[in-house]
Design a binder for this molecule. Structure first.
Ligand SMILES: [Zn+2]
Length: 227
């Protein structure tokens, strides 16, 4: 799974940095952080000036010259790299100037904007491998989804208990018990898990067959298998 970027779970300092990156211009007046990347002109630094360069590194201008400062560097670079990746089409000759919602969605899924993805996929059609490509995509999605489902079932298996203690609003603890026998329920969940695993195994076989027909072409839309 790709690393999710969720502001909600971020450390407040880091969240503030993300906000600064997104709303850089608004912060610029009040804070020392400036984004000189927007206009490439040379900026004359005064002693005491602090700034962050295009790569998210922080500097301070001292009498002796500029020095790199602060441990914000890594966080900022990380945030910037993440935002750049979200908004950058992988294609070297991408001509899309303004990315629409659909482009951003496709970039996060495939690495390419709509236009570039269409060109890439057209080549697969020309090569006569469209069916194999579609199979590869569908089975890959099924495997990813199935793996998630199994993880949920495994969690349910681990969490299943005969009785649960529930804290009420008034702070009292109430004990709820399940009518069904927990061992019976667990056995059922385990059977489901095993069946799911068999199905995923089948689908993986089909996915691998599709991949075998595609791999010699080295399409970058068809990534090498991890398992
Ligand atoms: Zn593109």
């Amino acid at each position: 799974m790709a690393k999710e970027f969720n502001k909600k779970f971020m450390h407040p300092t880091r969240r503030k940095l993300v906000d600064m990156v997104i709303h850089g211009a608004e912060y610029e007046k009040e804070s020392f952080i400036s984004f000189s990347g927007a206009d490439k002109k040379k900026v004359k630094r005064e002693v005491g000036d602090k700034w962050i360069d295009d790569n998210g590194r922080s500097y301070e201008q001292l009498e002796a010259g500029k020095i790199e400062t602060s441990n914000l560097t890594d966080t900022m670079s990380e945030v910037r790299a993440y935002l750049d990746k979200l908004n950058t089409c992988k294609s070297d000759n991408c001509k899309t100037i303004k990315l629409e919602r659909v482009d951003k969605k496709l970039i996060s899924k495939t690495g390419y904007c709509l236009h570039c993805l269409t060109i890439k996929e057209a080549q697969i059609k020309v090569d006569g491998l469209w069916k194999e490509y579609e199979d590869y995509k569908i089975y890959s999605n099924m495997i990813a989804h199935g793996t998630d489902v199994i993880a949920q079932f495994q969690q349910a298996y681990r969490d299943a208990k005969q009785t649960y203690e529930v804290v009420q609003e008034d702070g009292k603890i109430e004990t709820w018990s399940m009518e069904r026998d927990v061992n019976e329920l667990k056995a059922e969940i385990m059977t489901d898990i095993i069946n799911f695993e068999k199905e995923i195994e089948e689908v993986t076989k089909l996915r691998n067959e599709a991949y075998d027909k595609l791999k010699d072409k080295n399409y970058d839309l068809v990534r090498p298998l991890k398992d």
